[in-house]
Design a protein around this ligand. Sequence first.
Ligand code: ADP
Ligand code: MG
Length: 277
Amino acid sequence: ELVLPLPEKTRVLTISNQKGGVGKTTTAVNLAAALARLGAKVLVIDLDPQGNASTALGVEHRADVPSIYNVIIEDLPLESVVQKSPEEGELYCVPANIHLAGAEIELVSLVAREQRLRRALDVHLAEMDEPYHYVFIDCPPSLGLLTINAFVAASEVLIPIQCEYYALEGLSQLLKNIEMIEKHLNPVLRVSTILLTMYDARTNLANQVAQDVRDHFPQQVLSTIIPRSVRVSEAPSYGQSVVSYDTNSSGSLSYQEAAAEMARRGAPQVSARTGGK
Ligand code: ADP
Ligand code: MG
């Protein structure tokens, strides 16, 4: 049985990659479920209008359910939209639903439009007797205002990378955006973690891509790789993480191992960047 070191201060991670279908939601849900199972108190904020993270965590997100939309656009307290997931342990979710699709445009004319999630989260954390150990923000596949809100609210970025040919394409754009955010809106933001996902060991290509990513980001890439596994893709249709749907499957075990690795590595040491770069 794994014993997890718990962070003293809440680690807020945004799961980001402007490509769709690379495993962002799967990673947010399963790392969160694994950490909760190992004793951490965890919140997943669903920031994608598709609401896939809410579905996978078994949380209600019909159009009439209060959601992250009401928090970001209407200033509803975050606390009032948090739901407990039926998953094992202290796992909570702020759901997203279809209303969020319009938020990108509604945000444009609001005051402090980049800071709205951060402010709501800060208030929620400050009011809790026992704050979360981890907060994961599941981003939509774009670099719009919702994703910017996630970058401003977080201190760490976790980038899932699918082990396929185009994996590194578009990544430089993402990194440039993160650098811009760091410069102008959130000086502590760091890419702390890169997770290789949907790995198929039978192909040379997957090996090559994994090696390339490791060469580029030796500090950030977790040594654990998430294999491609049918059980991982089946779990959401049961409203479950793969960790509870099929605990001993390869996908579940690797997400548990990745979660433990993340916990052991801890939050990055952040010192002010010195100009240049
Ligand atoms: P994103 O949030 O980046 O759009 P998802 O997490 O929704 O990506 O994953 C895209 C699709 O790939 C989903 O159908 C998901 O079930 C599937 N998937 C993700 N990870 C794996 C995996 N390790 N093995 C098999 N299927 C996976
Ligand atoms: Mg997603």
